[in-house]
Design a protein. Sequence first.
Length: 95
Amino acid sequence: MALEQVDVLRAAHLARIGLSESETGGYVDDLARILDMVDQLQGLNTDGVAPMAHPLDATQPLRADDVSESDQREQLQRCAPAVEDGLYLVPRVVE
């Protein structure tokens, strides 16, 4: 697929990017090179390659899942106009 100036202008319009017609020449060349590289990547054999979410083998350090605050539900629900069984009651908005 050949990328043309009108394609770049349309993409810029959809992305709400102010781009003049004189600026599109460089973008047409750059985007064409990017699309050529994607085409090359599409042609690679990836059989036996496991998909990964991140290129680095890193683990996210997580904090312990411990309760650090006391239950304050009763105190927080005192100002609510309507409460039942620990739940806030609200007017029905969809019928």
